[in-house]
Design a protein around this ligand. Structure first.
Ligand SMILES: NC(=O)c1ccc[n+]([C@@H]2O[C@H](COP(=O)([O-])OP(=O)(O)OC[C@H]3O[C@@H](n4cnc5c(N)ncnc54)[C@H](O)[C@@H]3O)[C@@H](O)[C@H]2O)c1
Length: 422
């Protein structure tokens, strides 16, 4: 289980898995560990746990590794991140200390508010990517592993748009060799992972693997890929509430979302370039869910604003406020306020685990390229070019579970249910 980035999310994930393995905690928030799946008719009473239904890797078999621009081991990084309390960290101190980051492929041009010292040297971006490939091979050999998965848990990079060099693999590799500015460090990790046959999931909103060149490459190497941006707090709520308004044909005038957070992620997002990447990711959901062109009376004039404010005293304990202006019968206005006092990495850690296990499963099930069925976990889900992304959390959840049924040759569940009344 390889994570570029060993910061708050990644170390909270590693510590949590180890505490669960030792029986010290329950994997709350993890569908792969706690979720069940209904099979067949409602009268059959077949509801196995997902982990007993599909052959997921066992937590005991996971080995962790990562890269970071700081040399801190996972224990030091977790202490600095300040997410977990010492009563939890102390129990897994030795374990976390044994996870030391490999040197990062990093360039401050892409993450303005970070100054890294623990970084690789190379003449070209291609050289750096080849070094990541070597790291992957060494990690696999040293730990005697059968399979690997990579989940990007590193900082959000500046906003990049797809360009000509992203359109096909030949141009992409040429651009890596020419140090083209459109090739961000995250793309080097993704390219290296795919080259080594390792599934790659992107937990940040960076463009990274969401480009035709890497999609084509992933397909040709039978590697599952996906992203972008873990769907954890505010967007999770948005993709629950907006489908409810639409289902009831309630109108929406505006949605103002603001956040205060004080972790390193917040500091990185204080840079306008990185914020722009996050903003695009957070803004997409409403348009796709509400479909203003199909429902102009309800959704044609939505004022949607997203703000993120770096406010150090809060640390990882983000506060996300939403003011939602809706309207009902005869256009009468109403308001909903949501104040989510969440913990960013506590929400993200189980997603990292689920993604790792499901991406590994996908590869063994012969699935390759974009894994749209895992949109459930992402704020900006990747999908086939001719499609629009599905953001509604409940459609995503049905799609995920139906995909598991399909993998195992079980009947898909349509929720029709007419047979119960024949
Ligand atoms: N926690 C959440 O709820 C949540 C939700 C969605 C997305 N994310 C994203 O997940 C990512 C991780 O979040 P976090 O809170 O752990 O942030 P963090 O700042 O604590 O950790 C990120 C780490 O990545 C390292 N890094 C940066 N560039 C790197 C590179 N090129 N190679 C290797 N390491 C690199 C940084 O040094 C840092 O230690 C961020 O991009 C964040 O936007 C988090």
């Amino acid at each position: 289980m390889l994570t570029p980035g060993m910061g708050a999310v990644s170390t909270t994930f590693m510590a949590g898995v180890e505490l669960v393995r030792r029986g010290e905690s329950v994997p709350v928030g993890s569908l792969t560990q706690l979720g069940t799946i209904r099979l067949g008719k409602r009268t059959e009473g077949r509801v196995p746990k997902i982990k007993d239904f599909v052959p997921l890797a066992k937590l005991d078999d996971l080995v962790f590794g990562g890269w970071d621009v700081f040399p801190d081991d996972a224990y030091q990084a977790a202490v600095k991140a300040g997410v977990l309390e010492s009563k939890d960290l102390d129990k897994v101190q030795k374990f976390l200390k044994s996870i030391k980051p490999m040197k990062a492929a990093f360039d401050q041009t892409y993450v303005k508010n970070l100054q890294g010292t623990h970084v690789k040297k190379g003449k070209t971006k291609y050289d750096l990517a080849e070094q990541i490939r070597q790291d992957i091979r060494d990690f696999k050999k040293k730990n005697k592993l059968d399979r690997l998965v990579m989940v990007w848990c590193a900082s959000t990079e500046v906003f990049l748009k797809p360009e000509a060099v992203h359109q096909d693999l030949v141009s992409f590799e040429k651009a890596m060799k020419a140090n083209h500015p459109a090739i961000a460090p995250s793309m080097l990790y993704a390219w290296a992972a795919i080259s080594e046959g390792v599934p790659f999931a992107n937990g940040a909103p960076n463009l990274t693997v969401d480009i035709p060149a890497l999609e084509e490459f992933a397909k040709s190497k039978n590697v599952p890929i996906g992203g972008k941006d873990f769907k954890t707090g505010q967007t999770l709520m948005k993709t629950v509430l907006a489908p409810a308004f639409k289902a009831r044909m309630l109108g929406l005038n505006g949605w103002f979302s603001t956040n205060i957070l004080g972790n390193r992620d917040g500091e990185v997002l204080d840079d306008p370039g990185s914020f722009k990447t996050k903003e695009e990711s957070k803004l997409g959901a409403l348009e796709y869910i509400l479909q203003p062109s199909i429902y102009p009376d309800l959704y044609k004039k939505i004022h949607h604003k997203v703000r993120i404010n770096y406010y150090p005293p809060r640390g990882d304990n983000k506060e996300g406020w939403d003011n939602i202006d809706i309207f009902g019968w005869l256009g009468y206005p109403m308001q909903i306020k949501v104040d989510f006092l969440c913990r960013d990495s506590i929400l993200a850690a189980p997603i990292v685990l689920d993604l790792a296990l499901f991406f590994d499963l996908a590869q063994r099930a012969g699935m390759r390229g974009i894994q749209e069925w895992l949109s459930f976990y992402f704020k900006s889900p990747m999908c086939a070019r001719e499609l629009y992304p599905e953001h509604d959390l409940f459609i995503q959840s049905m799609k995920l579970k139906n995909t598991l049924r399909w993998i195992k040759g079980e009947d898909l569940i349509t929720h029709l249910g007419a047979e119960y009344y024949d």
